[in-house]
Design a protein. Sequence first.
Length: 535
Amino acid sequence: MKNKFYTFLKSREGEIVPAINLPNGENQPLHSMIDPKKEAQRLVSTIGDMGFVIFLGLGGGFSAEAALELTGADIVVIDFNKDSMEELFAGKDYSFILNNSRFSLLMDPGDEEIKRFILENYKPALHGGIKTIPLRTRIEHDRQKFEKAAAAVQEAIEIVSGDYSVQAHFGKRWFSNIIRNIKTADTFKNNNLTGNDLIKANSIKKAAIAAAGPSLDTQLPELLQLQSQGVFIISTDTALGALLHNKIEPNAVVSIDCQHISYYHFMGNNLCKDKCIPLILDIASPPMLADLNAVSPVFFSSGHPLAHYICANWQKLPLLDTSGGNVTYACLSLAEYLGAEHITLFGADFSYVNSQSYARGTYIYPYFHKRQNRLSPLEAQFSSFLYRSPFVSSENGKKNNYYETSSLRFYRKKLEEKAGNMSAVVTCAQGHGAPINFNAKVKHGERGVYKGHGENVDKNINANKFLEQYKKDITALPHCGADNYIKKLNEKERQVFLTLLPYAAAIKKRNKDMRFMELMEEVKQRCAAEIDALI
């Protein structure tokens, strides 16, 4: 049977094989004309234990079918040209793969759709590895589209991999911190950003953000002048010591790090004694930070699935964007949340300036001073800190007085991207670090994107009752032995399951050979036991 795009041929084994119609009148089969099923089985044998497989090109569906039969992996096919796809479905029966819940087809997807699909569906703790397999005879006839699709897939994998490595490092600590902060949040249940007497949402026109880069040393006089003019000053936790030592009292301090070293940012600043500076904390912050100041802390939700679960099922928290991976980015999100129309950044170097990592007065100076000895003098500790990550080449090809690492450059690029998407005017005070490029606005999103969420929560449930119910929901999750586990969960079960994945990543990091069934049962037991010990 011949159509506009495809001719359908029969292999020696009697299978229907689509062949692309070439301009010269000939046709090119997409699979073996002898035994396409056996060819597909050989290809699938290279997948190994990969739990998420992306095929570029559908063809006759033999590879996808073999992968569904021979593996427990989730299968995704990406293909283009709706009209040619309609010919495939008219000329061959694809019901086996289309009716399988582990199969997904992305037809004519854009780059963002591909990335969004992978980010939403690929869970490393659940799937393990991910593999992309091209149907080369199909790709040759739409090379540009498939190359863009492959690039989008790779970009999404890099994002997921980076996020997963962070989960593997911090997953257990996040869980422990969050369930403990729930009790503190319960004490201040009605105290959120819009209700806090010290922060009046929608009333801030100008804001200044103080990061802790070395340039802050020379920018302090300008920041002090802005304070006298009533500009709302948001400090990163790292910069707090430098500000207070120079008689600048910020209007808010933001902390997002779940590690206990965050405590050092506040030591010696008497924040808990005689200051009334609102402390804006990620719900995953160390619990001890909530007790550091005279006013109640303001907890917010960032990207952790347990934080989203809390907002949806217990208490509405402000939602701030922390996807930039650093506290300066979170401060910019807070300024946006509060309605600032003009935002100026100070100390945002995202680089090491003249071999200096932080401004004077920040935690690192007393921290290293207390740990110095004859074998590890102060200079050696600063040098070790400075060179702990390799530097990257200069973007402008010139020799600069600052040095960048890949992480610092990533943070800067993410902040530039966010600023470009904001309706506020964002500028940077003159400094000495890597220049921040604030491009023209690419879009004007509606302010309020990061407002609180969880409108249907039951405000009458206290922390203990919520944690008790959460523990019951964890232990009630179905046994993790079945393939395609996550797709068989109902909506509530899936919410609970997703809250456990960062913890699972941390366990998996230390037990690489642990199978998914064993891993999740272990995680369920550990999380339930930790909640039990708390309540």
